[in-house]
Design a protein around this ligand. Structure first.
Ligand SMILES: *[C@@H]1O[C@H](CO)[C@@H](O)[C@H](O)[C@H]1NC(C)=O
Ligand SMILES: *[C@@H]1O[C@H](CO)[C@@H](O)[C@H](O)[C@H]1NC(C)=O
Ligand SMILES: *[C@@H]1O[C@H](CO)[C@@H](O)[C@H](O)[C@H]1NC(C)=O
Length: 341
């Protein structure tokens, strides 16, 4: 055990160290990763999440008696899978002796006797426990305290404590790295780039309005075929270019005056109102005029969605195949919105 003398104690008082919650959420993990796949829940070793497009799109827990192994992205038996968030839970199920990290205190380490009990040792003043090679090393940084503890092997992720730098995740450990001088790591694509991604705004789907009309523009022929809904005497017509633009009309023969629905809404021709995008099936660019990172693709029963920042089509994991754009998650059952019909 390195230069430190490891002594195992079995003090009842040590048991109070159980149950530490890391400062990261699954959303934080996803935000640092350009890839798609499973991550562990930093608050609960039984839980997992699914990241896509830097967003958490789905989450759940392993079945009873199973613990999520983030490095292999599988649910494993409690008696052979380390609970990353709770050393006591690991030892209570472990069938053979082993050392474990103590999430709440890196100066300590735990020892599972293999009979359900845990003992604790101490790395001494200035020492921290490195679980990857079961040694005490000089602190103050705790080797297991990175987001890689909850992420799979062999991926590069952004370092949440050092924007522009990255971590190479391996076996639950993050090896810090820097891009070349003057370059910054972009967690959105996993590459080093010349501009600093830590200061700019994130891509906004409202940036592609998709129309040449301007507010107040008078357009001939835009009102043809329209009529007022009683008791109204004037009416509104879709602009046939966007999901959110409409014309204000006084007569079917007159010009239409263009306007846009409030941000976050689309125009519904049937009711002549601006409504939730999910409640109207529009086949133009559904990402325009909304502040959503993803939107369901119309006509696909919510089995496809568009990544608004790059217009790419994406799919939910097969275990939760439907995209619920109102809650921005992947679901097991198809959502009951008109856009999903
Ligand atoms: C671990 O638990 C599973 C499920 O309870 C059991 O099938 C398996 O035999 C156990 N393994 C050991 C080493 O006890
Ligand atoms: C487990 O083993 C350790 C060391 O032999 C012992 O001190 C402890 O009391 C045992 N715990 C149980 C629950 O048997
Ligand atoms: C053990 O791991 C720690 C943290 O990853 C590292 O700093 C240390 O050099 C390693 N020690 C040995 C002996 O490999």
């Amino acid at each position: 055990m390195g230069g430190f003398n490891m002594k195992v104690c079995a003090l009842a008082a040590c048991l109070l160290l159980a149950g530490h919650v890391s400062g990261y959420s699954m959303e934080d993990l996803c935000a640092q990763w350009s890839g798609s796949g499973y991550v562990g829940d930093p608050a609960d070793c039984h839980g997992w999440g699914y990241c896509q497009g830097q967003k958490l799109v789905s989450w759940n827990k392993c079945k009873a008696g199973l613990v999520f192994n983030a490095q292999t992205a599988t649910c494993g038996f409690e008696n052979s899978t380390i609970c990353t968030t709770n050393a006591v839970a690991t030892c209570s199920a472990a069938k053979s002796p082993m050392y474990v990290a103590v999430p709440s205190d890196c100066n300590q380490y735990g020892y599972c006797f293999g009979n359900g009990s845990i003992g604790y040792g101490n790395c001494g003043a200035g020492g921290v426990y490195a679980a990857n090679n079961n040694t005490c090393v000089w602190g103050p940084t705790c080797p297991q305290d990175t987001i890689c503890r909850f992420m799979k092997n062999d991926i590069f992720v952004g370092d949440p404590n050092n924007c522009g730098s990255y971590l190479l995740c391996n076996n639950g450990y993050g090896t810090p790295g820097q891009c070349a001088t003057g370059k910054y790591f972009n967690p959105g694509n996993g590459m080093c780039q010349g501009t600093n991604p830590c200061t700019g705004d994130s891509a906004n789907s409202g940036s592609n309005p998709g129309t040449t009309y301007t507010v107040g523009q008078s357009v001939a022929g835009a009102c043809t075929g329209g009529e007022a809904i009683d008791p109204a005497t004037t009416f509104f017509m879709p602009d046939k270019q966007t999901c959110y633009g409409y014309f204000y009309c006084t007569t079917a023969a007159g010009n239409g005056i263009w306007n846009a629905c409030p941000t976050g809404t689309h125009f519904d021709s049937d009711t002549q109102k601006c409504v939730s995008p999910a409640s109207v099936v529009c086949t133009h660019n559904r990402c325009a005029n909304v502040n959503s990172p993803f939107m369901a693709v119309s006509g696909e029963s919510c089995k496809q969605y568009e990544i608004c920042s790059n217009s790419a089509t994406a799919y939910c994991p097969s275990s939760n195949p439907y995209y619920d754009e109102v809650h921005n998650i992947c679901t097991v059952d198809p959502p009951d919105y008109p856009i999903c019909q």
